[in-house]
Design a protein around this ligand. Structure first.
Ligand code: ZN
Length: 453
């Protein structure tokens, strides 16, 4: 048979296999993987890797924080993502005070639909345990949003333990899953106030006011409360080796808990916050960057399967005009760093090329596991027959230096400025349609679809 499209001469890499073969695509789906397939249209992969499109489980596009907003909108953010080899992302709905979850979801979808160039899902943020909020959770699950973000810190967002328990219970009864930002609120407030009062206002005190102990305690507590309520729990952005250990112990006890980490926590350290002339503000995110020992511990946790996914927590704020708001006080620096685009390249460079993870684990962590955990597999995150033909042709030999000038994120800096990487996505397809051809965006905009999970 003649397929609509065949990708030839590549090395197909999935979470489990590596094989030289062609992929036949029909009606936007993977139809067959075999040698010598013939297509009406053919793309020559030229010996590059052919991998399932990246799935980024954690991004903040067009997110309002006080009176400022993250700088990527759904169009620019999704274009940056697809240049980086990501064909699906999962963003958040954050209901405003008094707004129903349903209204907030409708509004969020209106922001994304017709503008995102790649497919997307949403997590729902739960900031209180009012009966009205809890009653909506099963309705939201029916809308295809079955993961619920909770915070143990941040005024206006955080849940006290008793609230957290009620929310977890409702989520598990609704067949949903909880996401948790785990940091100890009281300890951080205490340290922030103490440091501010002592005149310790430079960016580095952002990290020092949120020490490792505040994350480890909160992860341990969140897992204990998941154990008590039976709720499946996903810990976002794990930054410490000991936090990862707590997840390992929880899993060993049979608790359904997964952990995510991000490239910044594997590659960068808190030393970046000590850069001169307020440059450290570019590296302010919560939880903060840690130490080299934590970097190594997190790589090990990825290698042995304790941590399951790589998200980016892409949360872009400009240095000029936004990060600068905290020039005289680190507590006023908007927290978050950009990174939606270089995720695959960074994980390939620092993980695969340095021998810390295998090429199969790279695919598993950046694509297959996020799809599995969030109910998108095997449609996303796989190249099985019937899967969406979301495909990245990744040239593992091409060299480049990451810089704000050659990334497509709409923000005035990158924390990865000057980092040399070998390996880049060259051609990217979604549902069989070429979005990026040889590093050039060639698709109509706004054709990404909402994914009900
Ligand atoms: Zn986040």
């Amino acid at each position: 048979m003649k397929y609509e499209l065949v990708i030839k001469n590549g090395i197909i890499v999935t979470a489990s296999d590596m094989v030289e073969a062609d992929i036949g695509i029909q009606n936007g789906k993977v139809q067959r993987i075999y040698r010598g397939l013939i297509g009406s249209e053919e793309i020559d992969a030229g010996g590059s890797y052919i991998i399932p499109g990246g799935v980024d489980p954690h991004v903040h596009i067009e997110m309002d924080v006080g009176d400022i907003r993250t700088t990527d909108d759904f169009e620019s953010g999704s274009i940056a993502a697809v240049f980086g080899g990501t064909t699906t992302f999962i963003d958040f709905v954050e209901p405003m005070d008094g707004e129903t979850l349903q209204d907030a979801l409708t509004k969020r979808r209106a922001q994304a639909d017709g503008r995102t160039v790649i497919d997307y899902g949403l997590h729902m943020t739960i900031v209180d345990d009012k009966p009205k909020t809890l009653a909506e959770i099963p309705e939201i699950v029916k809308e295809g949003v079955r993961s619920f973000k909770t915070y143990l810190t941040y005024p206006g967002f955080r849940l006290e333990d008793d609230q957290f328990i009620r929310v977890l219970e409702k989520i598990t009864r609704s067949d949903g899953m909880a996401l948790c930002h785990a940091e100890n609120h009281a300890a951080i407030e205490y340290l922030r106030n103490k440091m501010s009062n002592n005149g310790q206002t430079a960016p580095i005190y952002h990290a020092r006011s949120r020490p490792a102990a505040t994350e480890i305690e909160a992860i341990t507590r969140a897992i204990a409360l998941a154990e008590v309520t039976g709720a499946p729990l996903y810990i976002v952005h794990v930054t410490t080796a000991d936090g990862a250990r707590a997840i390992k112990e929880g899993r060993a006890r049979g608790i359904q808990v997964w952990g995510e980490t991000c490239p910044q926590y594997l590659i960068l350290t808190e030393k970046e916050l000590e850069r001169q002339e307020f440059e450290g503000a570019k590296f302010v995110c919560s939880p903060p960057l840690r130490t080299e020992i934590d970097n190594q511990g997190l790589w090990q946790a990825l290698r042995e399967g304790t941590l399951s996914t790589i998200g980016t927590d892409h949360c872009p704020f400009n240095y000029i005009g936004q990060k600068e708001m905290g020039r005289n006080n680190f507590t006023k620096i908007p927290g978050g760093i950009p990174g939606i685009e270089p995720r695959l390249a960074l994980m390939h460079e620092f993980g695969v090329r340095r021998g810390l993870i295998t090429v199969n684990q790279w695919v598993e962590l950046c694509s297959t596991n996020p799809a599995r955990i969030f109910g998108l597999y095997p449609r996303k995150g796989s190249l099985l027959p019937g899967a969406d033909a979301d495909i990245v042709i990744f040239d593992p030999a091409i060299q480049t230096t990451l810089s704000v000038g050659n990334l497509h994120e709409c923000v005035d800096y990158t924390p990865y400025e000057g980092i040399a990487v070998t390996g880049l996505p060259m051609t990217v397809l979604q549902r069989g349609r070429v979005l990026i051809r040889e590093r050039e965006f060639v698709a109509p905009k706004g054709t990404g679809q909402f994914l009900r999970r």
